[in-house]
Design a protein. Structure first.
Ligand SMILES: Nc1ncnc2c1ncn2[C@@H]1O[C@H](COP(=O)(O)OP(=O)(O)O)[C@@H](O)[C@H]1O
Ligand SMILES: [Mg+2]
Lengths: 419, 227
């Protein structure tokens, strides 16, 4: 009964000053709209930029680094057990880039339920021969199907069919930049020379654009089989095993485990791309800060308007108190006013924020470096809407707190006598 | 405690301190009995309003004791006092204080809704009844700020009566009205006192008015000199 009455009085006071109320509510609406839009857009961009790297990067990469043995012969000698052994100019021995027993390892990994996908890879350093000029480049031997399902390889093949490298013998997909340097078109044949001076001719079946131009100037893709042939290696030769994890956060610990288990080097994505985490979190931080600042400004707007309203309504407050409303009742009346401004202003803000995000989502955004993106990226995460509603209610409550307290402390005697 | 005593004040003293201490009420004691129509007169500035604010529980900064319906008001919380005002006291100010955001009917209903013992429909009936008594039922749907001064004062009286208070206090209710409207308001008080046996405590300048009440309390310089 009392609550109903308080809401009724608050409503009457609000409607009597509907213009000011509207201005205050528009302030909240504006800031919530911007908050939602900013976060949706920034997060969309974050996802895009992260995706640029993270989608195409293995969560864990197993490989064999060419490096000197840590266990040099002198350390095994009994005679020098108790002494410090200084060895200079160590050379890497005959250690191979190849992963031993790669087929068995891949089979074991496919059975591990922490791992969602396994893709083999061979990297081969080559020269692309264009007349008298040699261009350094890399041929990546991949399994086109696995590579597409795990690392969206197909998204980045802008011309040609990625599966052609499997189906057409001795075929290759060139990076766009590399193709431009070689003046190669689809159907042309390019000549590659391996480090061991063997020459091979490969048919161009597609172009590839990663979004990172430096990469596109050197990278090319061929099937595992073709690459093995180029290098003159047997069919179990693999230099890298790439893994996708169920939980990306497990990568560092699992990487250590696998390194030990398979006696290979293992690099996790967090170590390989630590700068991206930082970038994302800084961008989120900026969007939240701007959103909160906007809300605080709106909060001050509400604070001002409530203060003004209380000043104007001193008489009404005095009458309410004289006829039996307590200070607490008056306090609640003004809090209800503040929170309803926040509630309705915020609700509209959520709606407009959604509309504005949808609008931005429609704006064309074509850039050669991002072939899969056609419009500006937007992330419609419901969490943003939840945070925005909570924020708008909390700010308006805080903005209304002091004025409401002031209203509740109005001494009716002073007002009534003062006329 | 005598059942017939509606309000009792004992040795009320009050001073203002700004910046020097000026005593405004000096040892004021009075008793208002049920059904009495009492007027308070005295020169301007003698402390009539100050006394009325204390008796109505709005001002709590005084020495002495106040009993309403036999209950001591000392030591009560702000919330409890608000309840006392709502339940037992009707107050009519010199200036017509109505809430302009509401209609006449809603203004009259507010204290009744606040009391919360009757349903909204019942409170509406009560309010219409009060408006009828004062002959202003036709104004019910109007906004408060569309009324003349005399009409507003009658609405204020109707509002003071809504919860059937044990006492209605008025601070110069005719002070701002012309002769004709003053007479109307006075007749209303007379009728309330005579027909409804409503206890009334009215501060007034108007000697004519005071003469026609049951009892007149005269004040001078913060003291009661005759009652
Ligand atoms: N807030 C105040 N501060 C100081 N003095 C006051 C204050 N309010 C009233 N007074 C003084 O108290 C005295 C009594 O005032 P009041 O009760 O309004 O008299 P009345 O209603 O009889 O005209 C006056 O002298 C007035 O100047
Ligand atoms: Mg006075």
């Amino acid at each position: 009964m009392n609550a109903h009455l308080i809401i009724r009085i608050a409503k009457a006071l609000l409607l009597a000053r509907w213009k000011q109320t509207l201005v205050a509510a528009i302030g909240v609406t504006f800031s919530i709209t911007m908050f939602i839009t900013l976060l949706s857009f920034m997060t969309g961009l974050n996802d895009l930029l992260d995706g640029l790297i993270l989608n195409r990067t293995a969560h864990i990469r197993l490989f064999n680094e060419i490096k000197p043995s840590l266990d040099q012969p002198i350390n095994q000698s009994k005679d020098y057990k108790g002494s410090y052994n200084f060895i200079r100019s160590i050379k890497s021995g005959s250690s191979r880039q190849e992963i031993y027993n790669s087929q068995a390892i891949m089979q074991a990994l496919r059975k591990d339920n922490r791992v969602t996908g396994v893709a083999p890879k061979i990297t081969a350093q080559v020269f692309f021969n264009d007349g008298s000029i040699d261009i350094t480049g890399v041929v990546n031997g991949i399994d086109a199907r696995e590579e597409s399902s795990l690392f969206h390889f197909n998204d980045y093949v802008t011309q040609g069919n990625p599966l052609d490298i499997e189906n057409v013998s001795n075929s290759i997909i060139l990076g766009k930049g590399l193709a431009a340097k070689l003046l190669a078109n689809i159907g042309d044949v390019v000549l590659v020379t391996t480090a061991k001076q063997q020459q091979f001719s490969l048919k161009v079946v597609g172009f590839f654009q990663s979004g990172l131009q430096e990469l596109d100037k050197v990278q090319s893709y061929a099937s595992i089989g073709t690459t093995q042939k180029i290098l003159g290696k047997p069919s179990d030769y693999v230099t890298d095993i790439q893994l996708k994890m169920v939980d990306i956060n497990q990568a560092p610990t699992v990487a250590k485990e696998f390194a030990k288990l398979f006696n290979a080097d293992a690099e996790d994505i967090q170590t390989a791309n630590s700068q991206f985490e930082t970038g994302s979190s800084v961008r989120s931080l900026i969007s939240y800060s701007v959103g909160i600042v906007l809300l605080i400004v709106a909060g001050f707007g509400i604070y001002n308007i409530l203060n003004m309203m209380i000043y104007e309504k001193m008489d009404s407050i005095a009458i309410l108190k004289a006829i039996g409303f307590s200070g607490l009742d008056v306090n609640r009346i003004f809090l209800v006013i503040a929170i309803s401004i926040g509630f309705f202003g915020g609700l509209l803000g959520l709606f407009f924020g959604f509309l504005l995000s949808m609008f931005i989502d429609q704006i064309p955004f074509n850039t050669p470096s991002l072939p899969t993106i056609r419009t500006y990226p937007i992330n419609y995460n419901p969490a943003f809407y939840l945070i925005a509603s909570i924020f708008s209610l909390v700010t308006t409550y805080l903005a209304g707190w002091a004025p409401s307290r002031k209203a509740s402390k109005v001494d009716p005697v002073i007002i009534i006598r003062g006329k | 405690m005598d059942e017939s005593i509606v309000l009792q004040a004992e040795h009320i003293n009050k001073s203002f301190h700004d910046p020097v201490t000026i005593p405004v009420l000096k040892d004021v004691s009075l008793i208002i009995k049920k059904g009495e129509f009492v007027s308070v007169t005295g020169k301007s500035g003698c402390g009539k309003s100050t006394l009325l604010y204390i008796l109505s529980t709005m001002d709590t900064d005084y020495e002495g004791d106040l009993y309403i319906g036999g209950q001591a008001m000392r030591g009560r919380t702000e919330k409890q006092l608000a309840r006392v005002r709502n339940e037992s006291i009707g107050f009519v100010f010199q200036f017509h204080y109505l809430l302009n955001e509401f209609t006449v009917l809603e203004n009259v209903m507010l204290p009744g809704l606040k009391l919360g013992i009757h349903s909204e429909v019942e409170v509406k009936d009560l309010a219409m009844d009060r408006l009828n008594t004062l002959g202003i039922q036709s104004l019910a749907a109007k906004k408060a700020d569309q009324l003349s001064g005399g009409e507003k004062q009658r609405v204020a009286i109707a509002r003071a009566l809504i919860n059937s208070p044990s006492i209605v206090m008025c601070d110069e209710p005719t002070g701002n009205l012309d002769k004709k409207n003053s007479l109307v308001v006075f007749d209303i008080f007379k009728k309330l006192a005579e027909e409804n046996k409503q206890t009334l405590l009215v501060v007034t300048h108007d000697q004519e008015f005071a003469k026609n009440t049951h009892r007149t309390i005269e004040m001078e310089d913060g003291r009661i000199i005759k009652q």
